[in-house]
Design a protein around this ligand. Structure first.
Ligand SMILES: NC(=O)c1ccc[n+]([C@@H]2O[C@H](COP(=O)([O-])OP(=O)(O)OC[C@H]3O[C@@H](n4cnc5c(N)ncnc54)[C@H](O)[C@@H]3O)[C@@H](O)[C@H]2O)c1
Length: 274
C-alpha cells in the first residue's frame, strides 16, 4: 500500500470504478488509489486468480473478476456482473496491455494480431460495453492507459507503438461522439514505470541508474503516479478536459533536443553532473 493521501477534493467516494488488467502492475496501483479515495472498484484481469487476489488485497468491497478484454463475450459478462454487484459504471480505466517485442521486418501476423487484440480492440470493447452504462445515465469518464510510445515509435516493439497511437485516436473519437451525452474520454501516457512488464528490464544491473539519469524528474515512476492522474481525469475536477493525452513521464518526452551534443552548453559544462 502506498501512503494514503487526502483525495476528498476529487469527490470519487462511492463511484463505481472498473480497472482492466488490475491484477498487478500499473492497474493494481490505479485501483489502490481509487480505493483510497473511497471508490467501489471492480478489478478485471485475464487471470481470474490475479483479479480475485488483487480485490482481496484492496479490501473495501472491491470485487475481482476474470475478464479477457479482447473477448466481446467476456467483456459483456463483466459489464453485466458489475451492474448486478455494484450498479452501473461511473469510471472505466482501460489499462490492460501487453508487449510482444519484435522487429517489424520479421514480426509474425499472429504476434501483430495478438497485441492489437488486447491493446486496441480491448479498449474498444470495454469502452463500448461499460460506456453504454454511462451513456444511459448521461455521465461518466473513460481513462485509457496509453504510453509515451503513442507519441514516439519504440523500435523493435512490434505493434506496440501503433496500438497505443490507435488508443489515443480511439479515445479522441469517443470524446467527440460521446461528449454531448456527458461522457468524457482521455488518455494518460506513462513513461518508465515499475510493474511486472518492466521488472525484468530494471533488474538488469545498471539499467535503472541509466534510465533514471535520462528522466528530468530523476526517478522511475510508481504505479501510484499513474493512479493520481487517472483519478483527476476520472473526477469532475477535470470536467472540461476531453480528448486529451497527458504524458506522465517525468519530462522524458521533452528531452529530444538534449540528445544533440552541444559543446560548451552540455549539462556538465553548465551545472556539473547533477
Ligand atoms: N510499465 C511501463 O513502464 C509502461 C509504460 C507505458 C505504458 N504502459 C502501459 O500500462 C498498462 C499496464 O502495464 P503494466 O506495466 O502494469 O503491465 P503488467 O504486465 O505488469 O500488467 C498488465 C496486467 O494486464 C493483464 N492482462 C494482460 N492481458 C489481458 C487481457 N487480455 N485482458 C485482461 N487483462 C489482461 C495481465 O494479466 C496483468 O495483470 C499497459 O497498457 C501498458 O502498455 C506501461
Amino acid at each position: 500500500m502506498t501512503t494514503p493521501r487526502n483525495h476528498d477534493w476529487l469527490d470519487l467516494a462511492g463511484k463505481n470504478v472498473v480497472v482492466t488488467g488490475a491484477g498487478g502492475g500499473i492497474g493494481f496501483g490505479i485501483a489502490e488509489c481509487f480505493v483510497q479515495a473511497g471508490a467501489r472498484v471492480m478489478v478485471l484481469d485475464v487471470s481470474a486468480d490475479l483479479a480475485r487476489t488483487a480485490a482481496e488485497k484492496l479490501g473495501h468491497g472491491a470485487i475481482g473478476v476474470g475478464c479477457d478484454v479482447s473477448s466481446e463475450t467476456s467483456v459483456q459478462n463483466a459489464a453485466e456482473h458489475l451492474v448486478r454487484e455494484l450498479g452501473p459504471c461511473d469510471v472505466l480505466v482501460n489499462n490492460a496491455g501487453i508487449l510482444r517485442p519484435g522487429a517489424l521486418a520479421t514480426l509474425s501476423l499472429a504476434d501483430w494480431n495478438a497485441l492489437l487484440a488486447v491493446n486496441l480492440t480491448g479498449v474498444f470493447l470495454c469502452s463500448q460495453k461499460f460506456g453504454a452504462q454511462m451513456l444511459a445515465r448521461g455521465r461518466g469518464s473513460l481513462v485509457h492507459v496509453a504510453s509515451i510510445a503513442s507519441r514516439f515509435p519504440q523500435g523493435f516493439s512490434g505493434a506496440y507503438s501503433a496500438s497505443k497511437a490507435g488508443v489515443v485516436l480511439l479515445s479522441q473519437g469517443l470524446a467527440t461522439e460521446w461528449g454531448p451525452q456527458g461522457v468524457r474520454s482521455n488518455c494518460l501516457s506513462p513513461g518508465n514505470t515499475r510493474s511486472g512488464m518492466t521488472a525484468p528490464i530494471l533488474a538488469v544491473p545498471g539499467i535503472e541508474a541509466q534510465r533514471v539519469a535520462m528522466v528530468p524528474t530523476r526517478r522511475i515512476a510508481d504505479p501510484s503516479d499513474m493512479g493520481e492522474v487517472a483519478m483527476f481525469l476520472a473526477s469532475e475536477r477535470s470536467s472540461y478536459v476531453n480528448g486529451e493525452n497527458i504524458s506522465v513521464d517525468g519530462g522524458f518526452g521533452r528531452t529530444l533536443l538534449d540528445l544533440f551534443p552541444r559543446p560548451g552548453f552540455m549539462r556538465e559544462d553548465v551545472v556539473g553532473n547533477s
